[in-house]
Design a protein around this ligand. Structure first.
Ligand SMILES: *Cc1c(COP(=O)(O)O)cnc(C)c1O
Length: 747
């Protein structure tokens, strides 16, 4: 049996480790078992050992496991040991070491300084925003001989910390980027906090303090250095950055970068100095995606950046909480309050970002790396490469306003938002219509109504086709069910008795000829008796539905109207309270203005697809768009797509478009039955429609990848597209799959 080793051979240690989760190659690593706030470093020793680590620095107080060939170095505090190692390492180098501190702007300054200096000098910089007691130590351990300067960030959260950092970094130059006036929880006063920061610079030969910081004479006297003049930032950066550019300039001059080089490099300053990502969002939003970490310092940095980027635009802060940091909310709120954004939203684990509610804002999304918030962020992104359904809210507004001209004053409007509001997204569209002051909403099923309530819809909602199982949902969310049969009436009343409810509003549905759901008009007396004997319910509405409203050729609709009139007369006579009589859908309301009764129920006309006679006055609200994925030549005689159903009769060029039958572009549109428009020109489908893609003929056209593709829009109208699938706009709209993003346009 080999002897158990007893020493750590320093010359063989190749790297330092501290997080057992991140160990890929343990061999040669020296593991520091650090005690964090919520963890005991010793707990990770075994994990590190499993990954090949054999050398450990551990707390002398901890329990040391028996592991073959492992060597343990016991110290009073492993973090301090690591810092001592870093301090020792730093002393091996004589090149300038710049310490950067400040309430905000540390990382930005560091990254920009790197950008300005690195073409001329070999620059070492702290990784990411490693600026804590641990981060600084790890940064310093990265120093090596092939360098001319090191840029090290230092952040502090408690009094006394700076001295430790100063000792470790031993900076020769110092930069103070900013100093927030806001009181920091762990300091007695702002003076104490500032003095603490300045301690970092006490051995520096030169220190630059941002012109944004107010220094007293004595404070200024305590450092060797000055406050460089602000310099106008390059185009695209707000003037808030002027003090920082001043600092950069001063450092560049000190490092003998020429004015000309500085000027040139300044012109292409990276927009994003941090790990944050700037994305074009939907609905005019700009997204700052910073889902790397959520510590106080990084958050402050990001909020500052958002402020700079936003100028006068609306600022929204979205914080993704994970199970581990939900108790952090109060602390985060305090930090955020310093920056006074227009809105702050905390997202609980598993919940979604309400992108729909944001418009023309600069949205900062912050979360821990642990939380996979990436998908959530993606949902807010402008999608240039994917297939989207655009809903033009202003067209809906126009159609609604226009339609009202056909109504008597006082006729109420119920908007049908069933089937995800005809595929356009019920929550968003209903919220919009509510703002437009419509009176009522209608849905097919109870859960659709629940979703509306949860999205903040407060207007009454009729459920046309309530499932008997859903009685309690209906009452809990104050939905008004349609009652269409005696069995269903019984069931519902039983539920109400159970809940002790009385006078609950319902709508009686009569079948006046369509022969779908509904009581027969001949049952009206019986229905009335049943209702009057049940104090649990109250008749809020009596309605029926037209079967042939768009057909003016025959008198069927007149028969239905006459039957409904009779019902109305009957209920007017026997009911002692007011109720709403409603009959007409979109087409009905356009053609039979005399049958408006108290309310009309509008659906398709809102989107501009009803009323041939009105077509010119209505605006189409739905567009279906995509973009070319790939363009390729197909030589004469080759086949295209599944089943080789299409053979090129000539040399062709085809474009692949990422839309398929799974999106609602039906397979029946294969081989010339369907088409899309690219640059205003019709491009027929060649080969079969696939699940997620189609191939279209673009021979002779100049088409490139990412070029926009219109499936439904100005060239190919909804009606024309529906006709190519031998159906009607309703089916096209409700067949647009959920996986496509809905983009709401309000112009
Ligand atoms: C869907 C629906 C409507 C709306 O129909 P449109 O033709 O889209 O106006 C009206 N009433 C009832 C009962 C419906 O189911």
């Amino acid at each position: 049996m080999a002897a158990q080793p007893t020493t750590i051979p320093p010359e063989m240690v190749t790297h330092v480790l501290y997080d057992s989760r991140k160990i890929h190659a343990g061999t040669g690593g020296l593991f520091f078992a650090l005690n964090g706030l919520n963890r005991n470093g010793d707990a990770f020793i075994f994990d590190a050992y499993e990954k090949g680590v054999r050398w450990f620095v551990v707390s002398e107080k901890g329990l040391i496991p028996e592991l073959p060939n492992a060597v343990f170095l016991k110290v009073p505090n492993p973090l301090i040991a690591l810092q001592k190692l870093a301090e020792h390492h730093r002393q091996q180098f004589t090149y300038p070491v710049v310490a950067i501190t400040g309430s905000v702007g540390k990382t930005t300054f560091k990254e920009w300084a790197y950008h300005i200096l690195s073409p001329s000098l070999r620059v070492i910089r702290s990784p990411k925003s490693f600026n804590s007691q641990l981060g600084v130590a790890l940064s310093l351990l990265e120093l090596h001989h092939d360098a001319d300067i090191a840029l090290i960030e230092a952040g502090i959260s408690e009094p006394g910390e700076m001295e430790r950092l100063e000792k470790m970094i031993h900076p020769t130059m110092g930069v103070l980027t900013a100093f927030g006036k806001a009181h920091r929880a762990n300091f007695e006063s702002t003076e104490q906090h500032l003095n603490e920061k300045l301690k970092l610079f006490r051995h520096c030969v030169l220190t630059f303090v941002s012109s944004s910081v107010e220094l007293s004479k004595s404070e200024l006297a305590s450092i060797t250095g000055d406050q460089p003049e602000p310099i106008t930032p390059p185009a695209g950066f707000t003037k808030g950055y002027a003090p920082m550019i001043g600092l950069l300039h001063r450092l560049a001059m000190e490092m003998e970068i020429s004015e000309q080089q500085f000027e040139e490099r300044l012109q292409n300053l990276p927009r994003l100095a941090l790990r944050m990502e700037i994305l074009e969002g939907l609905q005019g939003n700009t997204i700052i995606n910073d889902t790397y970490n959520l510590d106080a310092d990084a958050l402050r940095e990001a909020l500052h950046y958002q402020q700079q980027l936003a100028g006068t635009r609306n600022r929204i802060v979205v914080i993704g909480l994970s199970a581990g940091n939900s108790n952090q909310q109060a602390e985060l709120e305090q930090i955020i309050a310093d920056f006074n954004p227009n809105q702050t939203i905390f997202i609980a684990p598993g919940d979604s970002i309400p992108w729909q509610q944001f418009h023309n804002s600069v949205v900062l999304v912050k979360a821990n790396r642990e939380r996979s918030f990436e998908l959530e962020v993606n949902k807010g992104k402008e999608l240039t490469h994917r297939t989207v359904v655009e809903i033009h809210l202003s067209a809906i507004r126009h159609n609604l306003a226009h339609f009202k001209k056909h109504l008597r004053p006082g006729t109420k409007i119920l908007c049908m938002v069933k089937a995800s509001s005809y595929g356009s997204g019920a929550e968003r569209v209903a919220a919009f219509l509510q703002q437009e002051n419509v009176d009522y909403f209608g849905v097919a099923f109870a859960d659709e109504g629940v979703a509306l309530r949860e999205a903040g819809i407060t207007k009454p909602i009729v459920v046309m086709n309530p499932d008997p199982e859903h009685t309690s949902l209906i009452t809990r969310y104050e939905l008004e069910p349609a009652i269409y049969s005696f069995g269903q009436l019984d069931h519902f009343v039983t539920g109400l008795i159970h809940e002790g409810k009385t006078g609950y509003p319902v709508h009686l549905k009569f079948d006046t000829g369509m022969h779908r759901l509904g009581f027969s008009p001949s049952e009206k007396e019986q229905v009335l008796q049943a209702v009057l004997s049940q104090p649990e319910i109250r008749i809020q509405g009596v309605y029926s539905h037209l079967a042939d409203a768009d057909n003016m050729e025959n008198s069927f609709t007149q028969t239905q109207i006459a039957a409904f009139n009779e019902l109305k007369t009957f209920f007017d006579l026997h009911l002692e309270y007011p109720y709403l009589a409603h009959l007409l859908n979109s087409e009905g309301a356009l053609h039979y203005p005399d049958a408006q009764f108290d309310m009309v129920r509008l659906g398709i006309v809102l989107y501009g697809y009803a009323g041939a006679s009105l077509a010119a006055e209505m605006l189409p609200a739905v567009r279906w768009k995509s973009a070319v994925s790939q363009v390729k030549p197909v030589p004469k005689g080759d086949c295209i797509g599944y089943g080789c159903s299409y053979e090129a009769e000539k040399d062709m060029t085809i474009a692949v478009v990422p839309v398929g039958y799974a999106d609602g572009f039906r397979r029946s549109l294969s081989n010339g039955k369907g088409r899309v428009f690219i640059h205003g020109k019709a491009c027929p489908v060649v080969g079969r429609v696939c699940m997620d893609m189609i191939m279209v003929d673009v021979t002779g056209m100049s088409v490139n990848e990412n070029d926009p593709v219109e499936i439904i829009g100005t060239n190919q109208t909804m009606e024309a597209f529906a006709a190519s699938m031998e159906t009607i706009p309703y089916e096209v709209m409700t067949g647009l799959s959920k996986r496509m993003h809905r983009v709401y346009v309000e112009d």
